[in-house]
Structure formats: C-alpha cells, structure tokens
Design a binder for this molecule. Structure first.
Ligand code: KIV
Length: 271
C-alpha cells in the first residue's frame, strides 16, 4: 500500500479548518477492532482510545490502573480497523507526569507500536515540560482539562470542576499554556457551559467538550455510555442513543432459552 493510501483523512490541519468554518467536531472512544470499524463507517472525525478502557473494558473503578502495554494493545486493535478518523491515544497515568524523559519514552512507544496519529494527556502547567518534550519529537498532543479522571484521588469526587473563579482562572491559564506549547486540540470535561464557551472562543485550536456545554468546537462521549451498554453511569451530560444493555440481555436470554428448549440448532443450522 502506498504511504498516501495509509494516511488518515482527518488531520490536525483539517480539525483546525473545521473550527475556523464553524463545523462541529465529532469524537467517540473505541478500544477494539469491531467497534472502531463501525464508528469509522458512521463517519466519526476522531476516535479516542481512552484510558476509560480501564473502566468499561476492564471493570476498574478509576482509570489509574491501566498500563502502557494495555493502552498499546487497545490502540493497535483500533488502528487495524480505521481508515478515515484521526486516532488519538490516551497516555496512561504514571507514564508522563513528573518525568519528561519518561514521557517521551512512553509517547514514542505508543506511536511506534500502535501507529496512532496523536496522544492525549491530562493536566496543564504542571505537565507542560512533558508536553513540550513530546511535541519536540513531532508527535501531536491533545490536552485535557477540567475533570481529569487521572487526578480523581486529588479531587475526591467526579463532580463539576471550575465552578469557583480561582479554578476557572487556572483552567483558562492552563488552556492558554497548552495552546502556546503547541497542542493541536483540547478536551474540556465537566465544567460550566459558560466557561467551556469562553475557552473555545479564546483559543485558536479546537476545544472538544464532554459535559462542557454547546459553545465548544466539538463533543466526545464514551462509546459504551452513549450506546447504553453501561447502566450505572448517568451524568447529566450523557445522551444515550440506544439501550444496547437491554438488547444484548434479551438476545442472550433468548439464546439460552433456545438451547434449553432444544430449539437451537435446528436442521438448517447443522451439517
Ligand atoms: O478516557 C476517556 O474516555 C476520556 C474521555 C472521557 C474524554 O478521556
């Protein structure tokens, strides 16, 4: 296959143009081949191989336990499926904070072993040295501010962030620092809509929200949540587009019942 044939349709440059012409950016998480193939076919702009895989794929309570090897495995599975969207991979907790050398090492491992398009990191000025180092290697970086789940033990709660002026100001400073460093986009999670809109209008780079209102440049949701596969997680910002949990439950119950009643397999389903 030619290099051109392998390159993704959605690039950092395209995302910037989308912001400039007011076209909203769509982003969803995916962690495996089958799901990534479906959401690529649907026309999504960005796939995030989120560290939320720790929750929805592995059943952990927080995103902290997922490892670099596990994130690379998920990213490789997604990369085998996609043609058009940009694929962004979350750098897992402990692979970039506090040590910019290790940050570059982790970033290069993800990019080399998965062939993804970009990386996402959580935090602002505290991690700017790592962000600068990763950017210096030519890897595109997406920032993530507001409710940053890797800091859940510091926050103590998953409630809305930056309601207070001091935290909102710090968020504005962090957003500016990430843009100035050279990040190509920013995720804002669970903050007041007014603040989301303010950040999006101040920054030139696209700002993608999850619970950050409608004044940002795009939206992201966790795939398993928007499909209704997960049931226990119901924040206000989550719009469920399906109830796959109930559909799957019904299908599996029917399968069990068909086996027990000796209806499956029937004559046409055997050799
Ligand atoms: O890991 C993830 O799924 C994320 C999104 C919630 C933005 O970071």
């Amino acid at each position: 296959m030619s290099l051109e044939g392998k390159s993704r349709v959605i690039t950092t440059h395209k995302l910037l143009e989308m912001k400039q012409r007011g076209e909203k950016i769509s982003m969803l998480t995916a962690y495996d081949y089958t799901m990534a193939k479906i959401i690529d076919e649907a026309g999504i702009d960005i796939i995030l191989v989120g560290d939320s895989a720790a929750n929805v794929m592995a059943g952990h309570e927080t995103t902290l336990p997922i490892t670099l090897d596990q994130m690379i495995y998920h990213a490789q599975s997604v990369m085998r499926a996609v043609k058009n969207p940009m694929v962004v991979v979350d750098m897992p907790f402990g692979t970039y904070q506090g040590n910019s050398k290790e940050a570059v090492h982790s970033a290069i491992r993800i990019m080399k072993e998965s062939e993804a398009d970009a990386l996402k990191v959580e935090g602002g000025i505290e991690i700017i040295e790592s962000v600068n180092r990763i950017l210096s290697t030519g890897i595109p970086v997406m920032g993530h501010l507001g409710l940053t789940p890797q800091s859940i033990h510091k926050f103590g709660t998953y409630s809305v962030r930056a309601r207070e002026e001091a935290e909102a100001e710090k968020l504005m400073e962090d957003a500016a620092a990430l843009e100035n460093a050279g990040c190509f986009a920013l995720v804002l999670e669970k903050i007041p809509a007014e603040l989301g809109a303010k950040v999006a209008s101040r920054l030139k780079i696209p700002v993608i929200g999850i619970g950050a209102g409608n004044g940002v440049d795009g939206q992201v949701l966790v795939l398993h949540d928007m499909l209704g596969l997960t049931q226990e997680f119901s924040p206000r910002f989550l719009r469920r587009y399906h109830n796959l949990h109930d559909e799957m439950l019904g299908a599996v119950k029917n399968y069990i019942s068909d086996i027990k009643s000796k209806d499956f397999p029937n004559e046409r389903e055997q050799y």
